[in-house]
Design a protein around this ligand. Structure first.
Ligand code: SAH
Length: 476
């Protein structure tokens, strides 16, 4: 298995300093499944090429595997593509051979570490599940130009068709550390075969190597899932850390009033939202940012709601919700009414489309401005429920909290708290833009000067067709 990296930075021979490999020698690096040979076929000031030739020992591979590989055929553990293709073993070899460069260090020329350089990479054979589209989805957002050559199953028998093996050429201008971290993570993601070493520490590797680019990558969910080999719980934990900025940092809302009052206030809020949803005649409801599932519990107690879906970005909150709602113990008919999913309100998600109503209880204030702009589209443009109920703190009421200094917010993770005028300005603009009507209601006791603790907006679509359909199906 051959990986070739060519650099045309001037002088190109700087690459040998960056990779800490003397250009005059062949370096043999042992990895647990074989040997990586590192050598330079070309070194000049204009162009420098380094090769990593990975020689996998198939016997060592079988010995290392804890059980038989797959059940496709009896000899699969001896006869397979692993010695010949780029896979997680290539990542292991890159990490071992170029560890100093991957850690962003260069002893002799430290100033080179941060310099973006023009690179060309060739991976002689890489299996790609999903083909060209997947390669593009992975590498293009990182700025790579891609040249892919797909190989037939057997050139002697063209009728056998194409294989899933490609020669992949990539071009980009970036630092060597960036390049190596991209290859380290994305090679096994392309391959998507079983690795032998998936475990908790893989999350750490993924997060550590991907920390500078993965959180902003549009395919981060796909990358995480594949890298962690579809082990949902590991992938979810990793996603939660990647999305840290979007989460609250605490699983529960923590408003400022005294604790027991806080619970009571929150219950009132949830009841007000439930009542709105009942009144709207919604039969299917999605609770966006459902947290520990307090609203879901209220909804499940009402027969009107035939289907409820809770979505939250926080996996931990969802696990608490699952426990509190006793999902494992519900009778089948009840269990079918409810579902919990992990997802972020900042990405379009088909799973939240097609509901009669959506609720967002104390969620919007946890999002930054660009995220809020995304959320607005995702809900009102794409998911388009008939009714949307949103609650958020009323900032004017904060003056009534003794312990809260003027100008401070009720919760450390709140990105904003709006006055009634601000909330209404936002809501009116949305209603106008997406063809909804909106009414605003106070939740809790209303103070004549500053209003109520919580403010609520109830949006209803003006699209007659949806309204008619619901009218026609109502009472069936
Ligand atoms: N609605 C719940 C929880 C409110 S706390 C209740 O009233 O009890 C805010 C919730 O929003 C948290 O559970 C947090 O994880 C979730 N959240 C924050 N950003 C999110 C995002 N981008 N996508 C989905 N949920 C998000």
């Amino acid at each position: 298995m051959l990986l070739t990296i060519t650099c045309t930075h001037q002088p190109a021979s700087d690459l040998s300093y960056l990779l800490h490999k003397h250009p005059g020698k062949v370096h043999d690096i042992e990895i647990s499944t074989g040997v990586a040979h590192v050598f330079y076929p070309e070194v000049s000031s204009a162009r420098c090429t380094i090769c990593l030739l990975l020689d996998i020992d198939p016997v060592a591979l079988v010995r290392r595997s804890s059980g038989p590989r797959g059940n496709d055929f009896a000899l699969e553990q001896y006869v397979n593509d692993r010695p010949y293709v780029a896979s997680s073993f290539m990542s292991a070899a890159i990490a071992k051979a170029f560890s100093t460069a991957m850690n962003g260090r260069c002893k002799d020329k430290p100033e080179l570490v941060a310099v973006p350089m023009p690179f060309e990479v060739e991976i002689a054979a890489i299996p790609v599940r999903g083909g060209e589209a997947v390669v593009k989805e992975l590498f293009e957002p990182l700025g790579y130009t891609i040249i892919l050559q797909r190989h037939p199953v057997d050139p002697q028998f063209p009728e056998w068709g194409e294989s899933r093996y490609f020669t992949l050429r990539l071009k980009n201008t970036l630092t060597v550390q960036q390049l190596l971290s991209h290859l380290y993570i994305l090679i096994p993601v392309c391959d998507n075969d079983k690795h032998y070493w998936i475990g908790q520490h893989e999350i750490e590797k993924l997060l550590e190597k991907g920390k500078d680019w993965l959180p902003a990558h549009p395919a981060k969910e796909f990358i995480t899932m594949r890298y962690l080999k579809h082990q949902r719980s590991l992938a979810n934990q990793a996603m939660e850390i990647l999305l840290q900025d979007e989460t609250t940092g605490s699983a529960t809302e923590d408003d400022n009033p005294e604790p027991e009052q806080k619970e009571r206030v929150h219950d009132l809020r949830l009841q007000a939202v439930r009542d709105e949803l009942l009144q709207a005649n919604a039969k299917t409801v999605v609770d966006l940012g459902c947290g520990e599932g307090k609203l879901l519990r209220l909804l499940m107690a009402e027969k009107q709601f035939e289907q409820v879906l809770g979505m939250d970005v926080s996996y931990r909150s969802l696990e608490i919700a699952k426990d509190k709602l006793k999902l494992d113990k519900l009778p089948t008919a009840q269990r079918k009414r409810i579902e919990l999913i992990q997802g972020s309100l900042t990405y379009r998600d088909k799973r939240i489309e097609g509901f009669d109503a959506a609720a967002l209880v104390e969620v919007i204030e946890h999002l930054d401005e660009p995220q809020l702009a995304a959320l607005e589209k995702i809900i009102f443009k794409y998911a388009k429920p008939v009714d949307v109920v949103i609650t958020t703190p009323n900032a004017e009421y904060n003056t009534k909290f003794d312990g809260l200094p003027a100008g401070e917010m009720r919760h450390a993770d709140h990105r904003f708290e709006w006055t009634r005028a601000e909330f209404q300005q936002w809501g009116n603009r949305i209603a106008e833009q997406y063809n909804y009507s909106v009414v605003y209601k106070p939740v809790g006791e209303e103070d004549p000067g500053v209003g109520a603790l919580t403010q609520m907006a109830v949006f209803t679509t003006k699209q007659m067709i949806i309204g008619m359909n619901r009218f026609l199906s109502y009472g069936k």
